[in-house]
Design a protein around this ligand. Structure first.
Ligand code: UGA
Length: 443
């Protein structure tokens, strides 16, 4: 009942199925049973409450209960990066599959949704076959998930494609019937083998990560020679073969998926003796991490030694409309500024609580106004709508110095310069956007 599982459970109930959500974490189950979602996802709390109260959706920690009750079991447990290693940690997906196999007491299907290294589904299918009760038949498939945080409900109910790795017709037919509503709307249904299904998922995330690092690598050029990275992205994006989406230059990608998936893919191809084929992904990762260095560098350029300086951080989540701070570039930069001696005041519309759990030593405040009070520098790190729409007059009487870094390339540089702010935006040459008086203070 993490991000993927809870979303899938509520959306399956929305499609009219009776659903039990299982997790080994009793606290999570208690909160979901009360209709309380333990994370932020627009539109999901409403679905959860609706289906908990109409009885279609309930929650348990008992494998025995689901094993005796459900016809179809979806596995959506996490496959995080192994600490100190690039490979995915398969402990949870292995444990969930094994527990299910042992407890299923009527004919049923197991459909894996977690992101896994190629080869896992076939291995788990065998694990199920050798651990199931002899009298039951269990169909098995892998059905990767492509939902984005912030759009999880829409992506689940109206996916842009359905991919299933399956090796028997009966299981494929069950999947077609589960997804009948989407199929009636002509959603592409790609039925393939296990390996292709597993690879489609990591290929998609690797491609997206590469696209972001591609534009960010061009940022490094425009930051040196001048030029406008947004115009460059717009111009190449008009070519439909390239497309404009995922070409937003900035502090780079984070979250619980893209970073760990490109690392897990490299680890897996390494095991297969194919390291060369995915070696470019280590460069994609390196370009991405250099964006964070660039923000710290710009901050130093703008305010010098950090000791005793006040820095306001706008946004700590890995992207807007989420409270997720896993591998968040924004939180990483905030911590680095703090660790280098700055006093750091953070405001995120949804992410303060999770960020404070990971790094309690920053000062977390409840509004932009509180964050920027007396700041020597403002750093916009996550492009929440309220930060995208920020205007100089909203904060300029509050700050100590009119200096801002736009690490997401969403502010209008001209407007800020026009109000006598020193603004540095990723993808722009810093010198070229310096206003003549570098030491602008509050008027
Ligand atoms: C990603 C994929 O987009 C989903 O399709 C996939 O299902 C999911 O991972 C997963 O594997 O579970 P998500 O992690 O929710 O979804 O976030 P994205 O919207 O992909 O954004 C990832 C990161 O890239 C964010 O930090 C975002 O700020 C950054 N980004 C995105 C950019 O820096 N520039 C862009 O142009 C787009």
């Amino acid at each position: 009942m993490g991000y993927l599982g809870a979303t899938h459970a509520a959306c399956m109930a929305e499609l009219g199925f009776e659903v039990i959500g299982l997790d080994v974490d009793q606290t999570k189950i208690d909160s979901l049973s009360r209709g309380e979602l333990p994370f932020h996802e627009p539109g999901l709390p409403e679905l959860l409450r609706k289906h908990v109260s109409n009885g279609l959706l309930r929650f348990t920690t008992s494998y025995e209960e689901v094993g005796a009750w459900a016809d179809i079991h979806f596995i959506g447990v996490g496959t995080p990066q192994t600490p100190g290693d690039n490979a995915a940690d398969l402990t949870y997906v292995d444990a969930a599959t094994l527990s299910l196999a042992k407890h299923i007491s009527k004919d049923a299907f197991i459909i894996g949704k977690s992101t896994v290294p190629v080869g896992t589904a076939r291995r788990l299918k065998h694990l199920v076959a050798s651990n199931k009760k002899p009298q039951v038949s269990i169909g098995f498939a892998w059905n990767p998930e492509f939902l984005r945080e912030g759009f999880a409900v829409k992506d689940t109910l109206h996916p842009d494609r359905l991919v299933v790795g399956v090796d028997d017709e009966r299981t494929e037919n069950v999947l077609r019937s589960i997804y009948a509503a989407a199929l009636e709307n002509d959603t592409p249904f790609i039925s393939t083998d296990f390996e292709t299904a597993e690879l489609v998922k990591v290929a998609a995330n690797a491609f997206l990560a590469t696209k972001i690092s591609f534009i960010n690598a061009f940022s490094e050029i425009t930051e040196t020679v001048g030029g406008d990275i947004r115009t460059l992205a717009d111009a190449i994006g008009h070519d439909v073969r390239i497309g404009r989406r995922f070409l937003n230059a900035g502090v780079g990608f984070g979250g619980g998926c893209l970073p760990k998936d490109i690392r897990a893919l490299q680890a897996r191809v390494g095991e297969l003796g194919l390291e060369r084929s995915m070696r470019f992904l280590s460069e994609v990762d390196a370009i991405n991490l250099r964006r964070r260095d660039r923000v710290v560098y710009l901050a130093e350029e703008m305010i010098g030694d950090f000791s005793g300086k006040k820095i306001a951080i706008l946004g700590v989540t890995f992207k807007p409309d989420s409270d997720d701070v896993r591998d968040s570039p924004a939180l990483d930069v905030a911590i680095r500024l703090f660790s280098s001696g700055a006093e750091v005041s953070v405001f995120d519309p949804q992410g303060n609580v999770n960020a404070a759990k990971r790094f309690p030593r920053l000062k977390y405040v409840d509004s932009t106004v509180q964050a920027v009070e007396d700041a020597d520098l403002v750093v916009l790190l996550t492009e929440w709508a309220e930060f995208r729409n920020l205007m100089p007059q909203d904060i300029q009487e509050l700050v100590a110095k009119r200096k801002i870094i736009d690490a997401r390339n969403v502010l209008d540089v001209g407007i800020w310069q026009g109000s006598a702010w020193q603004i540095a935006a990723l993808g722009h040459k810093f010198d070229s956007i310096l206003v003549s008086d570098a030491e602008m203070t509050m008027s």
